[in-house]
Design a binder for this molecule. Structure first.
Ligand SMILES: [Zn+2]
Ligand SMILES: [Zn+2]
Length: 351
């Protein structure tokens, strides 16, 4: 422990719109926690929402963002069983109080004070982060994978859960993925691994080009072309078997468009977060077409299946990483994400 510094660099969201690089004391860990030296942390669309002051889980400032990260355990509390000092891990978990009856019984998921890292608890836009030691949302990082791959495994896991577990994409399916951000591209790659044919849509040409490079069979820029007749043409007028919505945000077009693209009995999987908490469903089309609509949240499968896929080399998620920055580069990178400048998809921070 004596080799650890007293302070660290961290990028603090002081208030919406203001990220500040600060020198801070190292986080103190409880007996049930680990201290992690952050190797890589990916910047997420929900970090951008927090920056804009519109994320429902970020209500306290200052806060350190960052929930998609990998690092090395440098210190552990005496009650931690899953990891040892020196272990490389991926983490997207939480902190808990360590004192309540649930925590004392080791039932950390039911701690009433459980707080998500990078949302209500300080996250990994920092040199060090404290985290729950025996957290189901953590996993050891295989030696063959880099810290950046470990960080990107988190958004890939969300796309994997949507395409494989929720959409149940299979060989022969025609799948439309709406949105070519990191999650949409991940869902597209996961659907391709299942043997499906995938059409990806977006309004940004550079993201559509990346989708094609990563395996999408076809792409449509929905800013200038109506995808509905195209889907009919591709499917012999039948319609898509599956649509995976990965756009969300402050718009109300994608759900209605999805219902127009789906075949009878088709499935719509909603991954995007809709800022207004509302979306229009063409309910007659939906009802007469006996369609299904499924929500998809996080990746309850955990990192296991995703890390196995990445280690096998069957999928390469590194092309999602368009930019790498140090902590000092985070404020400018966040502005770049906001403006979608410079071909940005995923920014990875190496603190
Ligand atoms: Zn994220
Ligand atoms: Zn507790």
């Amino acid at each position: 422990m004596s080799s650890l510094p007293q302070t660290m660099k961290a990028v603090v969201l002081a208030e919406p719109g203001r990220l500040v690089l600060e020198e801070r004391p190292l986080p103190q860990i409880g007996p049930h926690e680990v201290l992690i030296r952050v190797g890589a942390c990916a910047m997420c669309g929900s970090d951008l929402e927090a920056y804009l002051g519109i994320h429902p889980s970020v209500r306290r400032y200052p806060v350190v963002l960052g929930h998609e990260f990998a690092g090395t355990v440098v210190c552990k509390g005496e009650r931690v069983r899953s990891y040892n000092v020196g272990d490389r891990i991926c983490h997207t978990g939480s902190r808990t109080c360590g004192r309540c009856p649930a925590c004392l019984a080791g039932d950390y998921m039911n701690c009433p004070e459980r707080r998500g890292l990078g949302f209500a608890a300080d996250g990994a836009y920092a040199e060090y982060v404290a985290a729950l030691g025996d957290d189901p949302y953590s996993h050891s990082l295989p030696d063959a994978l880099s810290m950046a791959q470990g960080a990107l495994a988190q958004p890939f896991g969300i796309g994997y859960h949507a395409a494989v577990t929720r959409a149940r994409a299979a060989a022969g399916d025609f799948v439309v993925v709406q949105g070519c951000g990191p999650i949409g591209l991940s869902a597209m790659m996961a659907a391709k691994l299942c043997g499906a044919t995938v059409l990806s849509t977006d309004k940004l040409d550079y993201r559509l080009a990346l989708a094609r490079r990563l395996g999408a069979d076809a792409t449509v820029n929905v800013a200038c072309e109506d995808p509905i007749p195209l889907v009919r043409q591709f499917t012999g007028r039948r319609g898509a078997d599956i649509v995976i919505e990965c756009v969300g945000g402050d718009q109300d077009e994608t759900i209605a468009q999805a219902c127009q693209m789906l075949r009878r009995g088709g499935r719509l999987v909603v991954v995007g977060s809709f800022a207004r908490d509302a979306a229009t469903v063409p309910i007659i089309k939906f009802k007469f077409g006996e369609m299904e609509m499924l929500g998809s949240q996080g990746f309850p499968e955990g990192y296991g299946p995703v890390l196995a896929l990445l280690s096998s080399g069957k999928v390469d998620i590194l092309p999602l990483m368009t930019h790498r920055v140090g902590l000092e580069g985070v404020p400018a990178a966040m502005e770049m994400l906001r403006r979608k400048d410079d071909g940005v998809v995923k920014v990875v921070i190496n603190p």
